[in-house]
Every structure is written in structure tokens, then in C-alpha cells.
Design a protein around this ligand. Sequence first.
Ligand code: HEC
Ligand code: HEC
Ligand code: HEC
Ligand code: HEC
Ligand code: HEC
Ligand code: HEC
Length: 496
Amino acid sequence: MGKSFVAPEKYPEAVVKQQSSGSSISVSFRDDTMFHKLTEHGLVAEYPIRYQVGGGMEGSSFFIQLRNYLFESPLSWYNAFGWDLSPGYESRSVIEFERPITKECLFCHASRARFDDPDGRHLNGTPTSIGCERCHGPSGEHVRHPSSTNIVNPSKLAGPARKSICEQCHLEGNTRVLNPGKDWTDFRAGEPAEDVFTTFVLTGERQGEQIPLASEVEQFAQSRCAQMSKGKLWCGTCHNPHADHRSRAAEIRAICTSCHQKPSPATHPASLTECTSCHMPTNGKTTIAHASNTDHRILRPGEQPPDEGKKLKLSAWRQPRQNFQQRNLGIAELRLSRQDYQDLWSDGGDLLLSLGAPSHDDSDIVFSLTAFYLDSGDLPRALEFARRAVELSPQSAVRTLTLARILETSGADDKAEQQFVKAIALNPSWKEPYGRLTMFYVRRNKFEEAIKVLDRYLTWNPNEILFHEWRKQILSQENAGTGSRLPSQPAIPPTR
Ligand code: HEC
Ligand code: HEC
Ligand code: HEC
Ligand code: HEC
Ligand code: HEC
Ligand code: HEC
């Protein structure tokens, strides 16, 4: 993990073509700098690659930096087969360097990543690879007076505090919700994660299929070894980040046999040199997905543990303090209900509404309820909550844009326009507010205004492709006087 966030390494040069967008992306090096060059619809965009993420396992992603904003390259390296499109880009009709890298992403992949806007997009400082303090806690005092009493030793912890050390990054869950007023970087090794955030995990069936246990953490929690060994066994028993694991099979075998001196001799001749091929098989995954590769349930071969039931259920991995339990669950349910799990919608809304008036000062609740009212078709309430959300977090471009869109839907054109402009000013790197304001003008046949918005973004980033296309389309519509036809490809990232 000491190489989790680095300058790009020396990968082979290549050209990758993509069918659905008719584009090609090339990788080249000049003066040791890696460049990704996108050629699409006769336009060219080339960026130097600033950071490489990962590489030791399935593959690497690559980030570009535009002023203080990071974006993912649409091209990734896969250890199994080389260069290809990044996950999620396979069938896109326009390929761009537009996927923002957020605070959440860097919380797990880097250290010292500071962001100074409430949406976690505006980078302040230079992130580095995962550092010692992520597992050992703040080290200032320890560096001045080295002693084992002023540094966290993970293996000496117990319970949630110990589990949280690896879970802060290895348990993504289906969503994670921060406690009021907290930020990811408030988490300190040695404390339970729930002092800062709650991780929520879905169980049950979705479209007739059992939702799989995605992570090593979830799988391991189901293993009889973990459940029955009274806390003796934890991630660090088998994974010591400081050991060199050259004779891995023997090392793991020694760990297993420290508890299982004599597994049934019929199936376990004394000559067995390893234990994992049957009890912790790998699924040989080759894509960069945040899912386990090695089965951490440590089962008897061929055995399946009992299902958790059919009903779709969202639960806290561990509960936070009593007074945050309903809040965090409600926010999580509403968030996931917008990503395919509509069943959770009314429950989440009911939970947050039951919290009553004090929640009107809690910016995350107010923002969640904005979406809830919008989805229930209660526009006046949605507007009231959107206004309040902006009042509570005036520097948030995400909230400002939501307000702009609700104002537009409510027919308050002038006010909507103001908020669109404000969202752009708050995060000039974010294409969605430009795109929506452009469409706002096109719908009102204000073509010149629309072009000005696109030009504003193109000044910020001349290397853009989609907006160049839009510009051409709008100019031709204006000349043909065809009125308010929208640009045909609003391939803008949706609001989170
Ligand atoms: C700050 C985030 C973070 C923390 C804390 C963390 N990991 Fe990781 N871990 C990662 C990332 C990211 C990778 C992917 C590899 C890479 O990018 O270097 C990884 C990779 C791994 C791997 C596989 C590859 C390798 O380097 O061996 C193992 C095993 C692992 N972690 C175990 C652990 C254990 C055990 C803990 C707790 C003691 C832990 N990790 C804590 C982020 C973290
Ligand atoms: C909750 C923490 C978390 C978040 C958020 C997260 N990752 Fe990861 N990521 C990990 C861990 C842990 C691993 C390694 C183990 C695994 O694959 O589960 C990993 C693996 C990867 C790998 C493969 C690394 C390798 O060596 O093969 C890439 C690439 C990657 N992540 C990119 C991203 C990007 C880009 C984002 C943000 C858009 C992101 N991750 C968000 C924790 C996270
Ligand atoms: C991914 C988590 C992780 C990271 C990052 C990490 N360590 Fe550790 N460290 C551990 C764990 C777990 C142990 C306990 C190993 C054991 O005893 O089984 C440990 C043990 C140690 C010990 C021995 C402590 C003792 O009392 O015996 C020292 C010293 C140490 N780490 C220093 C560092 C330094 C310096 C860095 C940064 C370069 C670092 N660690 C980064 C997880 C981590
Ligand atoms: C810290 C002690 C400990 C370690 C280390 C350990 N186990 Fe276990 N394991 C247990 C306990 C306790 C049980 C439960 C025994 C029972 O149910 O009677 C168990 C159960 C099992 C079972 C039966 C599972 C089932 O579903 O019935 C298997 C198989 C197993 N262990 C294999 C392993 C393997 C392989 C390793 C090494 C990768 C390992 N164990 C490491 C303590 C441990
Ligand atoms: C009983 C031993 C054991 C325990 C306990 C254990 N692991 Fe593993 N883990 C393994 C083995 C074996 C592999 C295969 C690769 C290797 O040898 O490191 C592995 C692989 C991994 C990988 C690499 C990706 C993958 O799925 O192959 C990650 C990440 C990881 N473990 C994280 C964890 C975390 C987090 C915990 C605690 C919840 C944990 N492990 C507990 C034995 C263990
Ligand atoms: C070739 C496949 C294979 C390998 C390798 C293997 N096992 Fe097993 N193991 C099995 C099978 C099959 C069962 C279930 C049937 C049984 O109980 O004999 C089992 C059951 C177990 C159990 C639960 C029943 C019992 O005997 O307590 C434990 C514990 C266990 N194995 C530990 C180990 C350990 C430790 C190792 C490494 C030294 C290991 N196994 C290597 C196939 C294997």
C-alpha cells in the first residue's frame, strides 16, 4: 500500500480504439511524462498524467489534474490484458476526461489529500501514498519522543477499534454516511470508525438474486474461524503489512494449524503444504472492481453458509451512537433509493421526517429531504428544502445546482439562472452546471447566451470535446432558425 498513489510508472505505449464513440486513445511518454491523447469526432485532447492509483493487484487508474481538480482518465491498465477503457466507459457514446476524483476516493487510496470545498472536489495540497498514520494514528508526538505509548499498535487493539483500521478502506459497503459535522479525515486509527461515519451494507435479494458479500471484510465476518475464535483472529493475523510474504503458503498454513492442529486426517494427509486452495479459493478476477478475489469465508469445500433471507435490507455494519442511528440510516436509504433501490425510498423519508424540527439545521438531512420531496412530486417543499440546504452550505456547488434545477422546474427563471451561474463559479471544473445552463438558454432560444456558457468552460479547459460538439450544433440551429431543439447528446455526469 506504500505505492498506492504515485507518479505513473513505465507502461508500454499503445493505441486503444473504441467502437461506440468512434474514438481512439493513445498512451505515450515524453521526457518521462505519460500522456493520454483522445481523438474523437475529429477533435483531439491530450493530457499529461499526474498520478497512478494502484497496480499491485488487478490494475491501475490514471488521474489528470486541471488546476486544483483531479479527473480519471478513461483508459486504465489491467495487469491481465493491458490497456483498455476504464470500468464504466465501455459503451459510452462520448468519451471524456470528465469523471471527477472525489475526496472519498482519495480517502482510501492516498494520504494527505485535503479538499477545501464542501463537495470534496477542490484539492488543496499534494496527496501521497498511504502513510503510517493511517494505521498507527497521528505520529507528531511519537516522532518527538518515540515510545510505544504514544503510537497505536493495531495488533494491540481489540473490538471495533481494531476492525476499523482496515475497514476504513477495505469496507466500502453500499454507502457510507458521515456523522453531522464530520469529515473523512477526522477518522483516527485507534478509534471506532462509527465516531466519524457509518458503513451500510445491503443484504437479501435483488431481482431474484442474493446480493453477494462484496468485500473481504464482509466475507471474513461470516467465517466460523472469525466468529468462534473470540476475537483472536483478525485481518492482521494473516496480513502483516511489514512482513515480506515470500513463503506465503507455509506462513498461512502455520496460522491455520495454530488453531487447527489436526484437521480430519481422511481429507488432510500430513503431507499437505497449504490450506488455501480448498478453503480460501480465488475467483481469478481481472477487472478493477472493488470486490474480493480470495474467498474469505473460509468454508468447508462445497458448503454454502445459510442465506440472510430474501427481503432487501440495509443495515449498519456497526451502529453509531444512538442519536445518529436513524439519521444515518435514513440518509443512506434515500441515497441508495436514487441508485436502483427504490424500495428503500419511503422508509428513508419516513425515518428522516420522524426526526422532526431539529433536523432542519442538519445540512445532510435537509439535502436528503430535498431529493425526497422532489421524488414525491411536492415541488414547493422541495424548493423550501433546497433553499435551506444552500443556506446551510453556501459553498456547495452540488446543492446550488440542485436549487437551480428546482427553481427552473418551478418556473422561476431569473432566480434559476442566478443559481446556475453561482454553481459554475463555485466549481468551474464541473461540466454539469454549464451543460444545464446551456440547455436552459437553448430552450428559451437564447442561443448567444448558450454559446457564451460553453465558451466559458472552453476557456477553463480548451481540451474539451463534447462542448465543442454542442457549440457546432447550436450555431447551426441558430442559423437554420429551427428553434429549441436540444443538443442531442447530453452526456453530462448526473448530480450525485
Ligand atoms: C488508507 C487505506 C487503507 C488502509 C487503512 C488499509 N488498506 Fe489495504 N489496501 C488499500 C489499497 C488502496 C489497496 C490496493 C493496492 C494499492 O493501491 O497499493 C490495498 C491493498 C491491500 C492488500 C493486497 C495487496 C497488498 O499490498 O498486499 C491487502 C492484503 C491489504 N490491503 C490488507 C490490509 C489490511 C490487513 C489492513 C489493516 C491492517 C489494511 N489493508 C489497511 C488501502 C488501505
Ligand atoms: C472505501 C474505500 C475505497 C474507495 C472509496 C475507492 N477505493 Fe479503490 N480500492 C480500495 C481498496 C481497499 C482496493 C484494493 C482491494 C480491493 O480491490 O478491494 C482498491 C482497489 C482499486 C484499484 C485497483 C488497484 C490494484 O492495485 O489493482 C483501482 C484502480 C482503484 N481502486 C481505483 C479507485 C478509484 C478511481 C476510486 C474513486 C473513484 C476508488 N478506487 C474508490 C478502496 C477504495
Ligand atoms: C496498512 C496498515 C499499516 C501501515 C500503513 C503501517 N503499519 Fe506499521 N503496523 C501495522 C500492523 C497491523 C502492525 C502490527 C503487526 C503485528 O505485530 O502483527 C504494525 C506494526 C508496526 C511496528 C511494530 C510495533 C511494535 O510495537 O512492535 C512498527 C515500528 C511500525 N508498524 C511502523 C510503521 C511505519 C514507520 C509505517 C510507515 C512507513 C507503518 N508502520 C505503516 C500496520 C500498518
Ligand atoms: C484463531 C484460531 C483460528 C485460526 C487461525 C483459523 N481458524 Fe478455522 N476455525 C476456528 C474455529 C474456532 C472454528 C469453529 C470450530 C467449530 O465450529 O467447532 C473454525 C472453523 C473452521 C472450519 C469449519 C468451517 C465451517 O463452516 O464449518 C474450517 C474449514 C476452517 N476453520 C479452516 C481454517 C483454515 C483453512 C484456516 C487458515 C486459513 C483457519 N481455519 C484458521 C479457529 C481458527
Ligand atoms: C486466515 C487468514 C486471512 C485472514 C484472517 C484475512 N485474510 Fe485476506 N487474504 C488471505 C489470503 C491467503 C489471501 C490471498 C493472497 C495472499 O496470500 O495474501 C488474502 C487476500 C486478501 C486481499 C487481496 C485481494 C483478494 O481478495 O485476494 C485483501 C485486500 C485482503 N486479503 C484483505 C483482508 C482483510 C481486510 C481482512 C480482515 C477482514 C483479511 N484479509 C483477513 C488470508 C487472510
Ligand atoms: C485438498 C483440499 C483441502 C486442503 C488443501 C485442505 N483442506 Fe481442510 N477440508 C477439506 C475438506 C474436503 C473438508 C471437509 C471434509 C472434512 O471435514 O474432512 C475440510 C475440512 C476442514 C476443517 C473442518 C473439519 C475439521 O476437520 O475440523 C478444518 C478445520 C480444515 N479443513 C483445516 C484445514 C487446514 C488447516 C488445512 C491446511 C493444512 C486444510 N484444511 C487444507 C479439504 C482440504
